[in-house]
Design a protein around this ligand. Structure first.
Ligand code: PEP
Ligand code: MG
Length: 755
């Protein structure tokens, strides 16, 4: 049975559409269990009825026609109980119903198992037989396994198939694809595909329009990459250890070797466009090395893929520069990288739809910073058909409408207007202080990582930049930016914000923030080489950044330095030593600022909570990163849509932990700010006010909303609410209590904004 099972799964996975997948299931299961009938009923999206979608044994004409309402018949019972129903004589069961129109003989034996995907009953898989038969334990287990294995496949194929049908028919529709809320807001626009920069495997097949042009652009990419590598090698020669330099040599050698170039050109000449020709050559050549026994030779497979990514990003740059983004551009992709977002002119970017990820992925964090609606974790979409389609993104409810009907468009236009009215109302608070009715002054700062983002942030009423994510600068480049380049970038930021302060965080890569030119491959990236762990292991990268920051701050004195992902005191000591070294070096060359900038650490790993006294003795301020703190406390990957429902910064454990940090830091007389997304939600801000946090730093568009909350609630009332919340047991109760308090205070309009 195990063999049959594997075979079924394989065949279903290979099916081109849902009908084919279902037909494989019913035929194979019927054979395997030696029954008279096998059928699949799927739950209809509109009314929840069970619709007969495939059968081997019943009247084929009733497929798509026969339906059972929820709770009707024994099939309905299976769905209701969400467990198998195994009956020797079905006709004796009170829920038995006979459907002669389905070609039902009086079948007696019945075994039905629910098909469940992420707690949702997607349908029921049924086998029936004329004579009495009680299916044994192994047979029931077989059906349960088939249903469980197939639920995901059915979900994937069915959404793909539904989409394909939709797109083929060019139908205008009211139906939507469900994803996860990424960033609040609704928008209507035109889809533009955002393939992952340099993800070779995501390159689609395409015919070369003009073979000679394709060949030329590939040859250009090779020569530009070669020049760039030579330049980088020279620039980094002094700073990089020999093994890292060897990577440059290996890449250069590959570009001089004939086969990579010749094979790719051969494929172009056969009619493929350059990116796909490159994809196939890299795939073929890396596979050869991967199979070798020698470790050194096996490692060359990674070199080949590395050079492939570089060449591809060159080719993409060429294609991109020619690319015209639609006026209201909705970037749609498996992953929508920071680099891709940065490419679209800000005034054109209207929304983001991401097949992977969840609300606390960095793509969503960035979308919120830019004030752009986003839906994450949509699962599967036939991306190749989507370019240019009209799309509605509903970031409040995590829905995406593709080619929406006129009614849907009208409905969403109304929502857009409602949001505009609210934004206008909120703009009244822009120049007012974030002060509670009992005179407590809260400081509201903005989180950002792009220069273009700074002016809008200050316009939204931010008193400074509470978190400048320097890694974004690194993520949109092709190689590590040098010291001068970094110093210029940081200087521009500090100058624009001065005299207001900027908290610059040192490089926080790893996790879901990759650099294409410094790939980190790990099974558990969020528990791996991230943030300060990487920079301490690469003092040459860290020192370059620190020197650039210190040089940039000269004469402005509005910079604070923040260390990410600190989990041990020794990390702070090592970082302090490196900061000191950078400072001394600059003093010697006369480039240091007048005073050393204040230093802070982020509390975003649970272990840091318990060493606050030791940390507080070493630094000048503390910033709580609730995004990561939530993920590590709750053991929920912030990027994984499967567990996204478990991720909640308003989980009582997170609230207790944040309160402990705020109290702990204040005992040591240090200022404490909160810069995770929690600080930008009305409910989160309310609790943080109650805890006594001094500063909240959030996505800029959230600032007026948070200010409204602060101006409505006294700290005393917020502290009372916090006390009540701390007695609650689950996040649902916390949300309900805070929503009620906000509504009572007349702030109900803000609730649609909650992420
Ligand atoms: C955090 O973890 O809360 C944080 C602010 O940092 P990031 O979201 O960039 O990881
Ligand atoms: Mg973090």
């Amino acid at each position: 049975m195990l063999y049959t099972l594997r075979q079924i799964v394989q065949e279903v996975s290979a099916a081109a559409n849902l009908d084919e997948a279902l037909s494989v299931i019913v035929t194979r299961v019927k054979e395997a269990l030696n029954v008279d009938v096998c059928s699949v009923y799927l739950t209809s999206d509109e009314d929840g009825d069970y619709v007969l979608m495939a059968t081997d044994g019943l009247n084929p004409e009733s497929v798509g026609q026969a339906r059972l309402a929820i709770g009707e018949g024994i099939v309905g019972l299976v769905g209701e109980r969400q467990e198998p129903v195994n009956l020797e004589t079905a006709s004796g069961h009170p829920r038995f119903r006979y459907f002669p129109e389905m070609g039902e003989e009086p079948y007696e034996a019945f075994l039905g198992v629910p098909v469940i995907h992420f707690r949702r009953v997607m349908g029921v898989l049924v086998v029936q037989q004329t004579n009495d038969r009680l299916f044994d334990k192994d047979e029931v287990a077989f059906m349960v396994t088939v249903a469980a294995q197939l639920a995901g496949v059915i979900a994937e194929v069915s959404s793909g198939t539904a989409m394909n049908r939709l797109l083929e028919e060019r139908a205008q529709t009211n139906t939507f694809i469900r994803g996860r809320r990424g960033a609040p807001g609704v928008t209507i626009g035109t889809a533009a595909l955002a393939t992952v920069a340099s993800d070779l495997m995501a390159v689609p097949d395409r015919e070369a329009g003009d073979v000679a042009e394709e060949e030329k652009s590939f040859r250009n990419a090779v020569s530009e990459t070669r020049d760039e590598l030579r330049r980088n090698r020279e620039r980094m020669e002094a700073a990089l250890p020999p093994d890292a330099q060897a990577v440059f040599d290996a890449y250069l050698m590959l570009l001089d070797e004939g086969s990579l170039i010749n094979d790719t050109i051969g494929r172009i000449q056969q009619g493929q466009w350059a990116p796909a020709a490159l994809r196939d050559t890299i795939g073929e050549q890396s596979a050869v090395f991967e199979q070798m026994n020698d470790r050194y030779l096996r490692a060359r497979a990674e070199d080949i893929r590395g050079i492939g990514r570089r060449l591809l990003s060159r080719l993409q740059q060429e294609n991109q520069s020619a690319r015209d983004y639609p006026e209201r551009c909705i970037l749609v992709g498996e992953e929508v990288s920071v680099a891709r977002i940065a490419e679209v002119p800000v005034e054109r970017l209207a929304g983001i739809v991401c097949l992977k990820g969840s609300v606390y992925s960095h793509t969503a964090v960035l979308a919120r910073a830019l004030g752009i609606p986003a839906v994450m974790g949509v699962g599967s979409l036939p991306l190749e058909h989507l370019d240019g389609a009209r799309i509605v993104v509903d970031g409040y409810q995590g829905r995406v409408f593709i080619r929406p009907s006129a009614t849907i468009v009208e409905e969403f236009e109304r929502l857009v207007e409602r949001d505009e009215r609210l934004a206008e109302q909120l703009s009244e608070f822009r120049d007012l202080p974030a002060e509670t009715p009992d005179g407590v002054r809260m400081h509201l700062y903005a989180n950002t990582g792009f220069f273009s983002d700074i002016k809008p942030a200050l316009n939204s009423g931010a008193e400074g930049i509470g978190l400048y994510r320097t890694e974004f600068t690194f993520m949109v480049r092709e190689s590590f930016p040098g010291e001068d380049e970094q110093a210029q970038i940081y200087r521009r930021v500090l100058e624009t914000v001065a005299p207001r302060p900027v908290t610059m965080r040192t490089l926080d890569i790893g996790g879901d923030k990759p650099l294409t030119y410094f790939p980190i491959e790990e099974d558990n990236p969020f528990l791996g080489w991230r943030g300060i762990r990487v920079t301490l292991d690469h003092p040459e990268i860290f020192l370059t950044q620190l020197r650039a920051m210190l040089r940039a701050a000269r004469g402005l004195d509005n910079m604070r330095i923040l260390l990410p992902m600190v989990s041990a005191v020794s990390e702070v000591d090592e970082a302090l030593a490196l900061i000191d070294r950078a400072w001394q070096e600059l003093r010697e060359s006369g480039e240091a600022p007048a005073r050393k900038p204040p230093l802070g650490v982020m509390i975003e790993v649970p272990s840091a909570i318990y060493i606050i006294p030791a940390l507080a003795r070493r630094v000048d301020f503390i910033a709580v990163g609730t995004n990561d703190l939530t993920q590590y406390l709750l053991a929920v990957d912030r990027n994984n849509p499967r567990v996204a429902d478990l991720y909640d910064p308003l989980h009582p454990s997170v609230i207790h932990a944040v309160r402990q940090v705020v109290q702990g830091v204040q005992t040591h007389g240090l200022p404490v700010s909160v810069c995770g997304e929690m600080a930008g939600t009305p409910g989160g801000a309310l609790l943080l006010l109650g805890m006594g946090a001094d500063t909240l730093s959030s996505a800029a568009p959230a600032i007026p909303r948070v200010k409204w909350v602060i101006r409505k609630f006294t700290r005393a009332r917020a502290a009372e609410l916090l006390d009540e919340v701390l007695r609650l047991e689950g996040p649902g109760e916390v949300h309900a209590l805070l929503d009620m308090a906000l509504r009572e205070a007349g702030l109900g309009e803000l609730l649609a904004e909650e992420v």
